[in-house]
Design a protein around this ligand. Sequence first.
Ligand SMILES: Nc1ncnc2c1ncn2[C@@H]1O[C@H](COP(=O)(O)OP(=O)(O)OP(=O)(O)O)[C@@H](O)[C@H]1O
Length: 484
Amino acid sequence: MDQPTVQYPVKHQSANADPPSVSDRANVNPQPGDWTGRLIGEYEIQKLIGQGAYGQVYFAVHRWLKLPVAIKVLQHVDANDQQSLDRFRREAQIAARLRHPNLVRCTDGGIVGDKLFLATDFVDGEDLRTLVRRRGPLGVAEASEIIRQTSVALQFIVDNDTIHRDIKPANIMLDRDGTVRVLDLGLARCSVSGETLTETGQIMGTLDYLAPEQAVDARRVDFRADLYSLGCTFYYLLTGQAPFSTADNSTMASKIHAHLESPPPPIKNFRCDVPRSVIALIDQMLEKSPERRPDSFRDVCRTLAPVARPEGLARLLTESGENERQATTRAARNVSRWTQPIASAFKVTAVTLLRLPLVITGFLERRPPQRAGQTTSYQFSFRWLKSAMALGFLGLAIWYSGIEIVPVENASSPLFEGRTVEPSPVKHSPFAPSSTATHPPPLDASGMNRQPHLQPPPHPHQRHAPAPPPRPGRSQGMQYNAFQ
Ligand SMILES: Nc1ncnc2c1ncn2[C@@H]1O[C@H](COP(=O)(O)OP(=O)(O)OP(=O)(O)O)[C@@H](O)[C@H]1O
């Protein structure tokens, strides 16, 4: 492991695995020292997919096993410095030991030239920073589910006497299954006390999510610092910005001061569809004093259980906010194409019908005057006719507006200027075929576990239908069971 790895150009005749598909959109600019096309250990480096404070992240493929991995080359950790090396080893060992479906597993590590590298499972998906930048703020149900799943992972970390210390949107990924995966476990401690965090620009991203006590002394924090960072992340998912990322907090000092002293701008300033329980939870997670934050990540899960909905998560990756908006506008336009002529015909008919009684009434009024108080049968019946036609016109107008206005109104909700339209929640029918992939089983009251999938009552025509297969990858080993 300590021997420098021999590097030579890689031929790309093989192992062109499908990913990175979603990550392609990140469009990361290659930096000097780009490893693309070279070999690190047994890994063929194919594409730069991320650039963080610690270094560069590449999509790579193990050249014998053809397994896709993410390789992170730690630019700022010197492999010749024994202290850094020891710390790196310790932290990599922790990251490799902890296995959980909501954590990105570290599978390998070593030295390349004078740099250290780590290999982790490649997550075919998108990190939350990229997701929100692309789509805009998320729906409450989806954001809550993301935070709930992250809390399950963080509770697992706590139960294993570890702290993450760098929870932020860029370190949480959503994969194509709708599973949330936490990145960079162990790296935070590796670098928080190191010189990398003093570099301006790089620290800013992290500072947005840094707990006040962590800003004061990073070595004396416990899991409640992660709770605070997760609160900031939740805030970001719902509003599109970190709590203290306004222009007045543009310097490091002002940002740290804001974390220490200022209340975050209320979420109500951004949107008014967030339930009070969620706002109260975020406020509690963002408490300045660790003692006033929730007691555990379990508490976060419990509070979010009634709000969190996993159904729409995977869709967040495939339906970009922009496309969704365009699709909605297109849908509105398509509806218009068909309904426009019909609507115009309705309008003409309605106007004619409305005017007709007036014309007839006018005609009747020109007839010989009646004695005072006397109503002709003509006038009486035409008054009724007029009311009936007005009502009919009103009905037509409502029907017409129901067809045409609804999609357009969704496309440009005044609530979120420039944000995306949330797909309406999936409606469950008790007789719908049970598919765990699209309808994950409901959460138990703790919000930590999914209940065993409840079978819906058999449909009269499906009485002997076979049971659905178990969801793949969900029961791999004892230690996962408590967190599924
Ligand atoms: N295992 C992985 N699978 C897929 N993409 C990954 C993986 N690890 C990292 N990435 C991508 O690379 C990006 C950069 O990751 P990285 O954690 O190095 O940087 P960062 O989080 O932006 O900054 P920092 O290094 O300060 O934490 C991530 O946000 C993610 O998009």
